[in-house]
Design a protein around this ligand. Structure first.
Ligand code: MG
Length: 386
């Protein structure tokens, strides 16, 4: 018996879908949600969205789609080992980055900065919910993907807790309560996947050496030393990749063990206990948490804040700012149905939805096609004056 069987969220306990549907003859509710996510347009767009390193510099860097697949396999492994619901976990992992705008965090920061001028804010979890509830249109019987309550709840709660009224549009998703463990795992699986992947991509890009990582992260150094003595004749890149695999095992093992310990200590006996527990129970073992904190510091210094990526970020933000301000002031430049929607809703809200759904490539192409119109609004951009 797996250690957390009793805390598994079973599909039979689901609160169901917004528009009731008959059960499928051979797929469970969460399997069906996973399949709907994989067949959505938002999922395919992840392929042309930056994860960290801009596309075009290498054929081997992660994009948001390959990152999502890495998160899904890691999250599934952990869920199965713990005895949790693999299908719910997989659906949540596959949808965890749906709401990410083009150009990774620079896109998110810029849309947020633009929306703040209107007293609003951009949050990729909320945007993901809008995508699966409204913008995906391929079913005759309902708008959106009509996902189960738990998958939608997990999409908005995987990385944040909120109380009633904090996000009025989320009040139906049990504000103040914790999501099931399957959703709590996602953020950790995400973190393990991107920290290790960014080491791999950063090393390939020549931003640092394996010895630099070992100098900053003792847990990696210990694994690296073992690999060095085990495979002294292997090429350096292979020794690094062996060490990276060891690091993933160490972190995933830390997530499994940390979560089991926290659940035992809490004496939670059911999914309801997990929901009402004052804090989340999925967590890393302390040594894995310490290694994660060191990895993050290293990656911030050597990758995210490095001059080449900072320059790329600034370029992306100014492009998004210019496009946003053009659409906001002259919404007729947006295609249908956005242009019409801007007569019903504020144009800034529609501009945000339209831009957030773009891939990196589509945004660049759209901006190039708008040419003159775009450059005329560019000088007024508050973000270009920063
Ligand atoms: Mg992610």
């Amino acid at each position: 018996m797996a250690p957390l069987d009793r805390l598994r969220f079973s599909a039979e306990a689901s609160r169901g879908r917004r528009y009731p549907e008959p059960a499928h003859p051979y797929r469970g509710a969460f399997q069906r949600d996973r399949d709907r996510l994989v067949h959505s347009r938002a999922f395919r767009r992840l392929e042309d969205k930056t994860q960290v390193f801009p596309a075009g510099l290498s054929d081997h860097f992660r994009n948001r789609l390959t990152h999502t697949i890495e998160v899904a396999q890691l999250a599934r492994t952990v869920a199965v080992r713990l005895g949790l619901n693999e299908e719910l976990t997989e659906a949540l992992a596959l949808g965890h980055d749906f709401g990410h705008p083009p150009f990774a965090h620079s896109g998110e920061e810029e849309l947020n900065a633009q929306l703040r001028r209107h007293g609003a804010s951009f949050n990729h979890n909320l945007h993901a919910l809008r995508l699966v509830e409204h913008f995906e249109q391929s079913y005759a019987m309902f708008p959106g993907l009509n996902l189960t309550f738990e998958v939608r709840e997990g999409m908005v709660k995987h990385s944040m807790d909120f109380n009633r009224g904090e996000y009025p549009e989320l009040d139906e998703f049990l504000p103040g309560l914790r999501p099931p463990l399957e959703a709590q795992l996602i953020d950790f699986a995400d973190e393990i996947a991107y920290n290790t992947a960014d080491l791999d991509d950063g090393l390939s890009a020549g931003f640092f050496s394996a010895a630099d990582i070992a100098g900053a992260v003792p847990a990696y150094a210990a694994i690296f030393e073992t690999v060095e003595s085990q495979f002294p004749g292997a090429p350096p890149k292979v020794r690094f990749l062996e060490s990276l695999r060891g690091l993933i095992d160490f972190l995933a093992g830390g997530l499994i063990e940390g979560t089991v310990r926290a659940c035992h200590a809490s004496s939670a006996a059911s999914v309801e206990d997990i929901r009402h527990h004052p804090a989340r129970l999925a967590c890393l073992r302390p040594d894995a948490a310490e290694a994660t904190a060191r990895l993050k510091r290293f990656l911030h210094a050597r990758v995210y804040n490095s001059p080449p990526l900072a320059a790329e970020r600034a370029r992306a933000r100014s492009l998004i700012a210019a496009l946003f301000q053009l659409y906001e002031s002259q919404p007729h430049h947006m295609p249908e149905p956005y242009a019409s929607q801007a007569r019903i809703e504020p144009s800034w809200r529609v501009a945000c939805d339209y831009i957030a759904g773009m891939t990196d490539g589509y945004l660049v192409k759209t901006a190039a096609a708008l040419g003159q119109n775009l450059s005329s609004t560019r000088g007024d951009s508050p973000s270009t004056q920063r």
